[in-house]
Design a protein around this ligand. Structure first.
Ligand code: OAD
Length: 244
């Protein structure tokens, strides 16, 4: 693994504000497949980018509901990995910390992170596809179940391609980003906007930008430091260095 930039550790110690933006790569080491890698098993022949849309749900609600059911079970059986745990520890080690995630799996919260800004919702919640309200009691055996109040099909409370982000989430993420002295982009392909715009807001406001990703992304040329390794490897080492 590449060495940690000493200036990064110093900058984190000195920073009044730190923002971490995460993507599916952080959960890869928990066994949750990312969106753009080849899928395996039962759902290998479906492209997540074609299932995670309002059009797919309108065309075939059963298919989309069942795909999310499979992902929900996968997430329920997964555990937070050393990357998630290190991010939760980082929150306790630095002053004024904000975690923004594109992940819908809730693994950051299970690792102990607090006040997580979830830009794309959460797969464990279900909502009415018409009224938009979260629904807790429904007939589990139906695919999809229907809304107890209006009878419309229920859907996961996640953001699909082409949909708006949850009200307030992007604003809160953007406000924290504008005040960040250090901004870490971890395990995201930096392709999906508006989330992918946050690191650029951080740069404009003078933050040190650090990317942790085994692969190059469109953000890489703009980063002060690009650490090409997995989150589960790099983040625990960063915590160890900070704790010294
Ligand atoms: P992607 O699947 O697009 O990208 C995952 C990134 O994680 C890739 O750049 C990988 O190189 C990297 N990666 C893989 N393993 C890693 C590891 N162990 N440590 C660090 N990085 C690793 O996922 P996102 O960027 O999260 O949106 O995708 C953004 C959004 O597009 C998702 O939230 C989802 C998706 O379609 C919606 O559902 C709206």
């Amino acid at each position: 693994m590449p060495a940690l930039p000493p200036r990064l550790v110093d900058a984190l110690r000195a920073a009044d504000n730190t923002v971490v933006l995460t993507g599916a790569g952080v959960s890869a080491e928990s066994g949750v497949p990312t969106f753009r890698e080849a899928q395996t098993g039962l759902w290998a022949r479906f492209d997540p980018q074609e299932l995670a849309t309002p059009e797919a749900f309108a065309r075939d609600p059963e298919l989309v509901w069942n795909w999310y059911g499979w992902r929900r079970r996968l997430v329920a059986d997964a555990s937070p990995n050393p990357g998630h745990l290190a991010i939760a520890r980082l929150q306790r080690l630095v002053s004024d910390f904000t975690l923004v995630t594109q992940n819908v799996d809730g693994l950051h919260q299970r690792a102990g992170s607090r006040d997580v800004i979830e830009l794309h919702g959460n797969i464990l919640r279900t909502k009415c596809s018409v009224e938009d309200a979260v629904v807790e009691d429904y007939a589990e055996e139906e695919s999809p179940p229907v809304c107890p109040s209006c009878g419309a099909p229920l859907r996961p409370d996640v953001v699909w391609f082409g949909e708006m982000l949850p009200p307030g989430a992007l604003e809160a993420a953007s406000e924290a980003t504008r005040g960040a002295e250090v901004f870490l982009s971890v395990g995201t392909s930096s392709l999906v906007y508006p989330a992918a715009g946050l690191p650029f807001e951080a740069i404009e406001n003078g933050a040190m930008l650090v990317e942790i990703n085994p692969d190059e992304t469109p953000l890489t040329p703009h980063a002060d430091y690009s650490i090409r390794a997995s989150a589960g490897e790099v983040l625990p080492r960063l915590i160890a260095a900070l704790s010294q």
